[in-house]
Structure formats: C-alpha cells, structure tokens
Design a protein around this ligand. Structure first.
Ligand SMILES: Nc1nc2c(ncn2[C@@H]2O[C@H](COP(=O)(O)OP(=O)(O)O)[C@@H](O)[C@H]2O)c(=O)[nH]1
Ligand SMILES: [Mg+2]
Length: 195
C-alpha cells in the first residue's frame, strides 16, 4: 500500500448518507482530542488533510479518505464533556449506524492516549469491538510525552485495563516524533491484504 497516494473523499453527517462499502475500510475511533487527525495525517504523509482542531467537540461527521484504493474512515471523536445531548445522540447514531452496516471492515484502529488509564468510554469502545468480532488494533497516542520507561509501564497497564484478547496488536505511536508510524502502516497493510 502506498500511503502517499491519499486524498479526501467526503464527509457524512448521518449514517443514512453513507455510501455502500466497495473498498476495504480502515476505521479510526477514539475520544475527542486523542490525536486521531494528527495520526491520520502522519500515516498519509500529509500535514493538513485531516483537520487538527484546537477546539474539540465540533460537529461530528464521518470523514472518508482514499489511501491507495483503501478507505480510511475518520469516526467522530467521543467523550467531549461540553457537547449537547443532541450532539451525543448524533454521535451514537453515526457510530452505531456505521458499524451496523454491511461494510468491508479490514481493521478498526482504536486510539487511546498513552498517558492515561482508559476512560469508561474507551473501555466501552473496546468492549464493543471485542464483542463484534471485527478485526481491531490499539494505537496508543502521544508517546513523545512519556519516557521510554513510562511508555512500557503504561502499555502493560492499558493492555490489562482493557483486558485485550491475546494477540490484539498494540502500537505505541507519536505524531510528534513519528514513533510507531511505520509499524502501524505495516499492520494496516497486512489487515487490508487479508480483508
Ligand atoms: N505531543 C503530542 N501532541 C499531539 C500528538 N497527536 C496530537 N497531538 C495534539 O493533540 C491535540 C488534538 O489532536 P487532534 O489530532 O486534532 O485530535 P483528534 O481530536 O483526536 O482528531 C492537538 O493539539 C495536537 O497537536 C502527539 O503524538 N504528540
Ligand atoms: Mg480530529
């Protein structure tokens, strides 16, 4: 897979708008501000393709990118405290609608901030993925904020807190210094090939 070959496709505000799935999809989920847009840009070798926001919690959409014939799907971030009930409902509709559709799910990448224990919503997301049988991996984000020793400690602690099935891939990443990005590209390529 050539990750340089990336472009924005479309954004959707309701699950009913989502087009039928024709290409393998790699979907990215995580709480608002976890570093999802930054990671997508890094993976795609692009600075501003996915919008990095300093103001979290703006209107949720599902954004599609074409990466060399694979759909990268940027799911709306969860857990931003200051959004209205209506926005939360819209989030649920989008995420549940998306995962309930008949789609070519090659891999779901669940992003978790390496600095913190997983939140209740992070756990909820991972429980859903475990129960769904979908192929998924964990990307720990913002590793540059911790020492190597702290990274190793958090990695083990988060794996335990999430009670991950044996063999669930976990990649320590940083969009700041590029750590783990190549490893994640390799992982994604492998799952796409198997889809
Ligand atoms: N230090 C550091 N900051 C990051 C990293 N990734 C994202 N950020 C910062 O975290 C904030 C949220 O990033 P963004 O990619 O918009 O998160 P999103 O809401 O999950 O899409 C921004 O201020 C980013 O610059 C990282 O790997 N290291
Ligand atoms: Mg974002």
């Amino acid at each position: 897979m050539n990750f340089h070959n990336a472009s924005f496709k479309a954004a959707y505000g309701t699950s009913a708008q989502l087009p039928a799935s024709t290409l393998p999809e790699v979907s990215f989920a995580g709480r608002s501000n976890v570093g999802k847009s930054s990671l997508l840009n890094k993976l795609m070798y692009r600075k501003g393709l996915a919008k990095v926001s300093s103001t979290p919690g703006k209107t949720a959409t599902i954004n599609f990118y074409d990466v060399d014939g694979v759909d990268f799907v940027d799911l709306p971030g969860y857990g931003y405290a200051k959004v209205s009930k209506a926005e939360k409902d819209r989030w649920s509709e989008l995420i549940e609608g998306y995962f309930n559709q008949e789609r070519i799910f090659a891999l779901v990448v669940s992003l978790i901030d390496i600095r913190h224990d997983p939140s209740a919503l992070d756990k909820h997301m991972v429980e859903f993925l475990k129960a769904s049988g979908l192929p998924f991996a964990i990307a720990l984000t913002k590793a540059d904020k911790l020492s190597k020793q702290q990274q190793a400690k958090q990695r083990a602690s988060i794996r335990k807190a999430l009670d991950l099935p044996k063999g669930t891939p976990m990649v320590v990443t940083s969009s700041e210094d590029g750590a783990g990005i190549d490893e994640l590209r390799t992982l994604i390529s492998r799952y796409v090939d198997e889809a």
